[in-house]
Design a protein. Structure first.
Length: 81
């Protein structure tokens, strides 16, 4: 992997983290579209409990592909607002 590729991966990861709304905003986005925690969990590929924890700020945010899927789902909810 080249230095440029490594730098691009770091930038992308930082962008994903910066796009993650606050826990309260995550819940608001989900509820504003009438999605249950279970429905969002099924979309992201996690348990309902994980969504609950992330919306309360009770657990650290996911990593890797789970984080990317969660952020993509939240972005989609924002776009539909």
């Amino acid at each position: 992997m080249t230095a440029t590729q490594v730098a691009d991966l770091v930038r992308e990861r930082l962008r994903v983290h910066s796009d993650l709304p606050s826990p309260a905003e995550r819940r608001r986005l989900r509820e504003s579209k009438g999605l249950s925690q279970q429905e969002l969990a099924d979309i992201v590929g996690v348990t309902r409990g994980a969504i609950s924890h992330w919306e309360r700020g009770a657990r650290s945010i996911p990593r890797g592909p789970l984080l990317e899927r969660y952020v993509m789902a939240l972005r989609a909810l924002q776009e539909c607002a």
